[in-house]
Write a protein of this length. Structure first.
Length: 82
């Protein structure tokens, strides 16, 4: 099993966690608003940003659980089932 992150890596772990919890979802919200208000038919740059962000959030959560020892809201170690 991997050791918990050291003091040097705690900022990285916090940044990863804040991305998938807050920033990534904020980006999705603004992209969704942009898609809804757009007059463009078909795929646009906003669509690409939306789906790239979705993939990035999933990858960030994987990294958080697998390598940064993410926890649940109760403080227990997170698993892929969570």
């Amino acid at each position: 099993m991997n050791a918990p992150p050291t003091h040097d890596h705690r900022f990285v772990a916090l940044a990863v966690r804040m991305f998938w919890m807050l920033l990534g979802n904020a980006i999705l919200l603004f992209c969704l608003l942009g898609i809804m208000l757009s007059d463009a038919n078909g795929v646009s740059v906003v669509d690409a940003v939306f789906w790239t962000t979705v993939i990035a959030i999933v990858c960030a959560r994987f990294v958080d659980v697998r390598y940064m020892h993410g926890t649940t809201s109760e403080g227990a170690p997170a698993t892929f089932v969570d």
